[in-house]
Ligand binder design. Structure first.
Ligand code: DGJ
Length: 709
C-alpha cells in the first residue's frame, strides 16, 4: 500500500491514491489525492510559474518560479513566504513567528498508529500500514515546541474593529477578491453554517482580498433589497468573517488580522483598533455605493485634494520601463503638452544603480548618467513645456544590492540566523523603527526640496515575510505587523503636513493596497497594473462598490496591451480610463497624428466632464461578469440635470439583436437632449431606454451626453 521511491511517497487504497514528494529543497509537496493511479511521480503536474507578490526562498536566488506561496504543500508553514492558511504557527524564542519545515526522513511500520489519550481509527498489521515522515525546521532544530508562560500584562491576540450580530442568516456575503493584475472581482455566496472568512496575512490589505465587504439579502440587487457594507480603514493584514450559527443568527466581524497578532498591554495602556466604517442601504447596491463615494470623497480624502482638480498625467512606466534618460522624458513631455496633459510622472529607474528590479532600492540619489544635472536640471525643462512634474518612489523597500542595505542590513525585516525570502528581489524596510522612518523621511524631503515636485507615486511591490524587528524584544514581536502600518501612516502624515500641496498616489503593484486607510493619505491609488481596457471594466466595476472613481488611477496605455496582448481601439481605452483619475502610460512621442487628434479630443472631453465624472453619482448599468456583450455605466450630476453614459462592447458577432439601454438616475419629469440631438423625457430614457447603434468590430465604445433642457 505504501510505495516509496526517490522521496516520492505514494499511498494506495483500493480506489484512491495519495501522494507527496520531498523535493530538492526538502519541501514536502502534496502532489495528488484522487482516483487510483500508478506509482508515477506526479510532481510533473505542478507547474512552476512566477506569480507576482509570491516570494522566493533565499536558496533559490533570483529564480522567481519557485515559491512556497504557489506550490502545493503537504503541511504548510508560516512567515517564510506562503500566505495561505498555515498548518502550524509557532512563536519562537527569538520572538519570530517563522516555521520553515524541511524533510528529514521517514519510517514505515505495519499496522495503524494510535494516539495516546485521543480517539483514533484503529487497525492491525493485516489491514494497515503506517508511514511517518519527519520534517524539521533547520534553524530551531525542532519540529514543533509550544511554550506557555504567565505574564503580568495582558496580551491581545485579536481585537476586531466591529462585531455585528444579525437576527437572520438568510444573507449573502459579498467580497472583492482577486490577484495581482486582476483585483477586486465580486464574489457573492449565501451564508452557510459555520464561518466564512476572507482576509490578508500579507502585511498589506492585498490584491487577493479587499477590506471592504458586504452582506445583503438574497434578492438584493442594484436597485432593491437590504444591504450592508463595511470598510476597514486600515492598510495592513485584516480579516472579515461572518458566522451563521445553528439558530440562524449571523455574527459579522472585521478587524486587524489575528495572524501573528499579539499586543502586550501594560497596566493602564490602551490599544486603538482601526476604524470600521459601516453603511446600510435598504434600497440596493447603487444607493449604498453613492453613500460610500460621497463619504470617501468628503470625509476621508482630505484637503487640499478633497476638492482640487487632479492632474491629467502621463507616466513613462509602460513606455520605457527602466530604460530612459532625460532626453526621452523631455521627448514624451513635448509630445504630451499640446494634448492638454498637465504632468509628466517619472517612474521607476531614476536613482542609484537601478536599471532593473534586481537592485538599487534604498539608494535614492539621482542617476546622473540618465539625468545629467539631476532633478534641478530636468524639472525646469518639463515646466518650460507648461507641465508639472511628478516622481515614483518605493520608500518601504530596500535591495540587497544597495549601499543602504550594506550599511544597515538590520533595517530590513529578517529573523535572526535566517536568510529572508525576497519578493521581486527586494526586502522590506522595518518601518517599526524610528531611525528607519527618520532616514526615509529625511531622504525624500531632500528630494522633494531639490526641485518643484508636485506628485509622488508611492509604490510597494511585495508582500511582507520574515517579519521580525531587531528593535522589538522577542516577546513583543506579535506587534510588528501592526507597528509597521502605524510607522507607515506616521511617515505619510509627516509628508502631508510638510508638503501640503503634494499629491500622493498610492500604489502596490497596482491595487495591492487599495483601501480606505491609504485613501486618508493618498487621495488616489493606481487601480491595477493591468491597463487593458476590457479587464479594467471588471476591475473598475468591483472597485466601484465602495471606492469613488476619483480614487481610481486609470491610464490609457499602448496596444497590444502589455498584460493581456489585446488590441482595443484608442477611443475605447480613453472612454474606460477617463472614468477615473485619468492619465496616459505610453510613449506619446510615437503616436501618429490621427492618434494625437483622438487623444486631444478625449482630453478636452475629460476636462469638460471632469466635475460630472468626479463628483457625480456613479451608476453601474451592467455587470461585466454577467454581460459579455457590452458594459455600461453612467455619471449623473447630483441635481440629475446632466449625465454621461459610457458603453463598451465585447467581441463582435454577426446579426446580434439590437441593443436598447435603460438609463438610470435621471429625473422622470425632465426632458433631456441626447448628444445635442433629439430630446426625450427622463421617464422615456429610463423605462423605454435608448437605442445603442450597432458598432462593427471588437471592443467599440460610445458615450452619450444627456442634458436637461
Ligand atoms: C509597480 C507599479 O504598479 C507600476 O506602475 C510601476 O510603477 C512599477 N511598480 C515600477 O517598478
Amino acid at each position: 500500500m505504501i510505495h516509496i521511491k526517490n522521496n516520492v511517497f505514494t499511498l494506495h487504497t483500493q480506489r484512491t491514491t495519495y501522494q507527496m514528494k520531498a523535493d530538492a529543497h526538502g519541501v514536502l509537496l502534496h502532489t495528488y489525492y484522487g482516483a487510483r493511479t500508478g506509482n508515477d511521480d506526479l510532481s510533473h503536474l505542478i507547474q512552476l510559474v512566477d506569480r507576482g507578490f509570491s516570494p522566493n526562498p533565499s536558496e533559490v536566488g533570483h529564480y522567481r518560479n519557485y515559491s512556497l506561496d504557489t506550490l502545493p504543500q503537504e503541511y504548510s508553514t508560516c512567515g517564510v513566504g506562503d500566505y495561505r492558511m498555515p498548518a502550524i504557527v509557532a512563536q519562537n524564542t527569538d520572538g519570530s513567528h517563522l516555521v520553515d519545515l524541511r524533510f528529514q526522513g521517514f519510517a514505515v511500520h505495519s499496522g495503524k498508529y494510535a494516539l495516546e489519550g485521543l480517539p483514533a481509527f484503529y487497525g492491525t498489521a493485516d489491514d494497515a500500514d503506517t508511514l511517518t515522515v519527519t520534517l524539521q525546521d533547520p534553524t530551531t532544530h525542532l519540529t514543533v515546541e509550544l511554550y506557555y508562560g504567565v505574564f503580568a500584562e495582558i496580551r491581545l491576540l485579536r481585537a476586531s474593529s466591529v462585531c455585528l450580530d444579525f437576527p437572520q442568516d438568510n444573507l449573502d456575503f459579498m467580497t472583492f477578491d482577486g490577484r495581482h493584475t486582476m483585483e477586486r472581482e465580486l464574489n457573492r455566496t449565501p451564508l452557510r453554517p459555520g464561518v466564512q472568512q476572507i482576509g490578508s496575512v500579507r502585511g498589506t490589505s492585498s490584491h487577493q482580498h479587499n477590506p471592504f465587504v458586504m452582506l445583503c439579502e438574497h434578492n438584493a440587487d442594484e436597485t432593491h433589497g437590504l444591504c450592508f457594507g463595511a470598510a476597514l480603514v486600515y492598510s495592513g493584514g485584516f480579516e472579515a468573517a461572518v458566522e451563521s450559527n445553528p439558530f440562524h443568527d449571523a455574527r459579522f466581524t472585521v478587524g486587524i488580522s489575528a495572524h501573528h497578532f499579539c499586543w502586550t498591554l501594560e497596566p493602564g495602556a490602551a490599544f486603538t483598533t482601526p476604524e470600521a466604517a459601516l453603511i446600510c442601504s435598504p434600497d440596493g447596491f447603487t444607493a449604498m455605493s453613492h453613500r460610500w463615494h460621497r463619504a470617501i470623497r468628503t470625509h476621508l480624502c482630505r484637503d487640499p485634494y478633497k476638492g482640487r482638480r487632479r492632474p491629467l498625467l502621463v507616466n513613462n512606466w509602460e513606455a520605457t520601463l527602466f530604460h530612459f534618460d532625460a532626453e526621452k522624458l523631455v521627448e514624451i513631455a513635448r509630445a504630451a503638452a499640446p494634448l492638454g496633459i498637465d504632468m509628466l510622472v517619472m517612474d521607476d529607474g531614476w536613482f542609484g544603480t537601478r536599471s532593473s528590479d534586481l537592485g538599487g532600492l534604498g539608494d535614492w540619489t539621482v542617476n546622473e548618467e540618465k539625468l545629467p544635472g539631476g532633478l534641478a536640471a530636468l524639472v525646469p525643462r518639463i515646466q518650460a513645456l507648461g507641465m508639472d512634474f511628478g516622481i515614483w518612489v518605493e520608500p518601504e523597500m530596500v535591495s540587497e544590492d544597495s549601499n543602504l542595505y550594506r550599511a544597515h542590513p538590520d533595517w530590513a525585516f529578517h529573523a535572526p540566523n535566517r536568510s529572508p525570502s525576497r519578493g521581486r528581489s527586494q526586502l522590506v524596510l522595518d518601518f517599526t523603527r524610528q531611525d528607519v522612518r527618520d532616514f526615509i523621511y529625511d531622504t525624500f524631503c531632500k528630494i522633494l526640496r531639490s526641485a518643484d515636485i508636485r506628485y509622488l507615486k508611492w509604490d510597494f511591490n511585495r508582500s511582507l515575510s520574515d517579519v521580525w524587528s531587531a528593535a522589538i524584544p522577542p516577546e513583543r514581536q506579535g506587534e510588528v505587523y501592526h507597528r509597521y502600518i502605524l510607522g507607515l501612516y506616521e511617515v505619510l502624515e509627516r509628508f502631508r503636513q510638510d508638503f501640503p500641496d503634494l499629491l500622493i498616489e498610492g500604489c502596490s503593484g497596482g491595487g495591492g493596497r487599495f483601501d480606505a486607510g491609504m485613501l486618508y493619505y493618498t487621495p488616489q491609488i493606481w487601480c491595477s497594473d493591468n491597463t487593458d481596457a476590457i479587464d479594467r471594466l471588471r476591475i473598475h466595476y468591483g472597485t466601484s462598490f465602495c471606492y469613488p472613481v476619483s480614487s481610481m488611477g486609470s491610464h490609457v496605455s499602448a496596444v497590444p496591451n502589455e498584460q493581456t496582448g489585446r488590441t482595443t481601439p484608442l477611443e475605447t481605452r480613453g472612454v474606460v480610463a477617463m472614468s477615473g483619475a485619468f492619465g496616459y502610460e505610453l510613449d506619446l512621442s510615437q503616436a501618429t497624428e490621427e492618434e494625437r487628434a483622438t487623444m486631444a479630443r478625449q482630453n478636452a472631453e475629460y476636462q469638460k466632464y471632469y466635475d460630472l465624472i468626479h463628483t457625480g453619482d456613479y451608476y453601474r448599468l451592467t455587470n461585466p461578469f454577467e454581460n459579455e456583450r457590452y458594459t455600461a455605466w453612467a455619471h449623473v450630476s447630483p441635481d440629475k440635470r446632466e449625465a454621461l453614459i459610457s458603453v463598451v462592447t465585447g467581441t463582435a458577432h454577426s446579426a446580434l439583436p439590437s441593443l436598447t439601454l435603460r438609463l438610470r438616475g435621471l429625473d422622470e419629469s425632465l426632458r433631456y437632449q441626447v448628444n445635442g440631438g433629439s430630446s426625450f423625457w427622463g421617464s422615456t430614457l429610463m423605462h423605454a431606454g435608448y437605442p445603442i447603434p450597432a458598432m462593427q468590430g471588437d471592443y467599440r465604445s460610445i458615450q452619450l451626453h444627456v442634458v436637461a433642457e
